[in-house]
Design a protein around this ligand. Structure first.
Ligand code: OFO
Length: 163
């Protein structure tokens, strides 16, 4: 049985993950309109991944006899000035989510909830990957700046994730 404090915190994390999905879906729309189909495909995969994260918390609450309580999802930003700005936002957002996961681990330890701590270890590793992948893209985009030819190549490369 999941305790109330951990269940509340997990419910908040469902909202954070859905909000992440929403941010990335908003980026899909922007990338599509700006003509970066590969980046749009990359973000489309990311949006799906975030929905999967939300469902992991959802199913964990359910399987431990807790109550799922969904809240309203924050409206995401809708415009970016460049792919670099969008991916920088994504990188910063992943750092924020890492902080939330770390807070959850602390709470699980404080509540002596071993099941929650073990469950969260997957997310601790996942956040290392999430930060790494977005940071690498930011670094690449910083190098090419607005060089059109290079952006086309990066777009093609990132599109492979969605394929
Ligand atoms: Fe759910 O990892 Fe990104 O936000």
């Amino acid at each position: 049985m999941i305790g109330d404090k951990v269940a509340d915190a997990f419910n908040k994390q469902i909202n954070e993950e859905i909000a992440s999905a929403y941010i990335y879906l908003s980026m899909v729309g922007w990338f599509e309109q700006a003509g970066f189909e590969g980046m749009a495909a990359w973000m489309r995969a990311q949006w799906q991944e975030e929905l999967g994260h939300a469902m992991k918390f959802f199913d964990n609450i359910v399987s431990r006899g807790g109550k799922v309580v969904l809240e309203a999802v924050k409206k995401p930003k809708t415009d970016w000035t460049s792919p670099l700005e969008a991916f920088t936002d994504a990188y910063k957002h992943e750092q924020y989510i890492t902080g939330r996961i770390n807070d959850l681990v602390e709470l699980a330890r404080k509540e002596k909830d071993n099941a929650a701590e073990v469950f969260l270890s997957w997310f601790v590793s996942e956040q290392v990957e999430e930060e790494d992948s977005t940071q690498k893209i930011v670094q690449t985009l910083e190098k090419v700046k607005d060089t059109a030819g290079a952006l086309v190549m990066i777009d093609r490369e990132l599109g492979r994730r969605g394929a």
